[in-house]
Every structure is written in structure tokens, then in C-alpha cells.
Design a binder for this molecule. Structure first.
Ligand code: PMP
Length: 287
């Protein structure tokens, strides 16, 4: 069967799914989204993702045209329809069609669409060897500019950061906040390990409240690690025993090189412990 997507209440072949060029999601990046992993036809932590979607919607003053149960049903329907065992769901809500100006007051019907397809952000080889990160020159906007907790369609600075990584021959880029402290990678949260302690920037540093980030912190505590959310500098990453990224799309990715400095252990002992527990969890939630 042709690949299907879900658009405004209906499953349809992907090439028949269209939205207007006057949609403010297209014109201004005015909208929100979620990215959700599917393991053995089960959307992993779907409720948590839908909660975050609702909070993003609330933060930008957008009324979701469907309830969370309806959206959950839509995701499940799409997974069943496309039949792919493992993959990635992209759920997008745009402000909808309006006039040409940016004022959203005439956008009365948000568009909602859901895609489900395979996604791998890094090759299997890199997932074992570790990726190379560079620090991007573009910064993560401060929360009083654009709150990082809003998962909005505005990803331009993340994209510019990724382009810098491409240009430098690296695999991904790290964005600092306006104070020069570590925020996150282009589409993933960042962690480091030093002296058996797992550390990640606190949300106030300007990173997304990643769902994988939350799970990883829980798993690390269960494994007996101390976990700290705190401001981190590049120095902390350069001198860490382990560095890794987390995200629904990226999953858990070890870092082997940060701005040309070798990271001490790749993949590290703690990374492997947490990764194993994470994989187990992705299978467990099915039962
Ligand atoms: N930060 C950014 C900027 C992201 O786009 C993502 C991916 N959604 C993450 C962090 C990781 O979040 P999550 O674990 O919820 O996918």
C-alpha cells in the first residue's frame, strides 16, 4: 500500500495530502510539533509527547482542534496503516491558513498532520564509534526571547548550527546559550559524566525539556548514579569522562570528539549501562 499520512482527521496517501501556501506554519514557522519513536508498532511515551504538545500549544495561544485521545488514536491508526515495525512519528500543528501578514487573528483552522516513516539520524557505525561535535557560532535564544520549552516550528538557528557542523565535517553541533554556557545539540539534549556523576544543563540554560532526557535521568538514578541538572561550560564537556546526546529521533548517541578534543571514553561504561536500560524500556512498554 502507498505510504499514508494523517491530515485533519483523515488517513490519506502522502502525495494527496496538501496544505495551503497561506498557512502560517509555512509562511512564518507559526506552529508546533512533536517527534516520537515507534518500537514494534508502539509509540514510545506517546502520552508524554502529547502532554508536551498541549503545553506548547497553550504557550503560543493555539487551541488544538483535536483532543489528546483523538491524536493518540490518530497516531495508532497511522502506525497500523503503514505497517512499519519501527520508525518515527512527526506530529505537526500549524496556525492554519490566514492572510499574508503575520497577524494570526484570521487563522481560524489549525492544520494537524502526522507522518510515520523510518528515520535514522546517524549510521550504525557512528552509533558505536561516537560522533564528532563542534560548537556552533549561533546561540540558543534565551528563554525570554523564545522559550526553549516550546517545541515550535522555528528551527532556523538549529538548522544553521547543523549546517556549520556539515561544513566542518562534524556530525552535529552544540549550541551555547547567550551566556556562553552549554544549552543543547541541534536536535538533542547533551549529557556528560564525570566521577560517576551524570550532568546535563538545567532547563533554565535554554534547552528543550527532552522526554528522552527525563527518561535517561531516571535510568541513571536507578543504575546508582548521581544526577545533576546544572550550568555546564565547554570546559566541563572537554574534560568529561563521557559525553552523549539524547533525543527521540537521535536516541542515545555517544560523542567521541568535541571541538577537536578527544572525549576520554567512547562509548563509556555509564553510557552503555544507560543505553542498555533504555533499550529494555523501549521493549517493556509494549507489554
Ligand atoms: N532539543 C531539541 C532542540 C530537539 O529538537 C529535541 C528533539 N525533539 C530534543 C532536544 C530531544 O527531545 P526529546 O527527547 O523529547 O525528543
Amino acid at each position: 500500500m502507498a505510504e499514508h499520512c494523517w491530515l485533519n482527521g483523515f488517513l490519506m496517501p502522502i502525495e494527496q495530502a496538501h496544505i495551503s501556501v497561506l498557512d502560517h506554519g509555512v509562511l512564518y514557522g507559526d506552529g508546533i510539533f512533536e517527534g516520537i519513536r515507534v518500537y514494534r508498532q508502539n509509540a514510545f511515551l506517546l502520552n508524554e509527547h502529547l502532554q508536551r504538545l498541549q503545553q506548547s500549544a497553550q504557550a503560543i495561544g493555539l487551541a488544538l482542534p483535536y483532543g489528546l485521545d483523538e491524536l493518540k488514536g490518530a497516531c495508532e491508526q497511522l502506525i497500523e496503516c503503514n505497517g512499519l515495525e519501527d520508525g518515527y512519528i512527526r506530529l505537526v500543528v500549524t496556525r492554519g491558513e490566514g492572510s499574508l501578514g503575520l497577524d494570526p487573528k484570521n487563522c481560524h483552522h489549525p492544520n494537524v498532520f502526522i507522518l510515520y516513516r523510518a528515520l535514522s539520524m546517524h549510521s550504525a557505525n557512528l552509533l558505536t564509534r561516537g560522533i564528532r561535535l563542534i560548537t556552533a557560532s549561533v546561540r540558543r535564544p534565551a528563554s525570554d526571547v523564545l522559550d526553549a520549552k516550546i517545541k515550535s516550528l522555528n528551527y532556523l538557528n538549529n538548522i544553521l548550527a547543523k549546517m556549520e557542523a556539515n561544513q566542518a565535517g562534524a556530525d552535529d553541533a552544540l549550541l551555547l546559550n547567550a551566556h556562553g554556557r552549554v544549552a543543547e545539540a541541534s536536535a538533542a539534549n547533551v549529557f556528560c559524566v564525570k566521577h560517576e556523576t551524570l550532568m546535563t544543563p538545567s532547563l533554565e540554560e535554554g534547552c528543550l525539556s527532552g522526554i528522552t532526557r527525563g527518561v535517561v535521568m531516571q535510568l541513571a538514578r536507578k543504575a546508582g548514579m548521581r544526577v545533576e541538572e546544572k550550568p555546564l561550560s565547554l570546559y566541563d564537556l572537554y574534560n568529561a569522562d563521557e559525553v552523549f546526546l539524547t533525543g527521540s529521533g537521535a536516541e542515545l548517541v555517544p560523542v567521541r570528539d568535541m571541538d577537536g578534543r578527544n572525549i576520554k571514553t567512547v562509548p563509556g561504561r555509564w553510557f552503555l549501562t544507560i543505553q542498555q536500560a533504555f533499550e529494555q524500556l523501549t521493549q517493556e512498554t509494549l507489554d
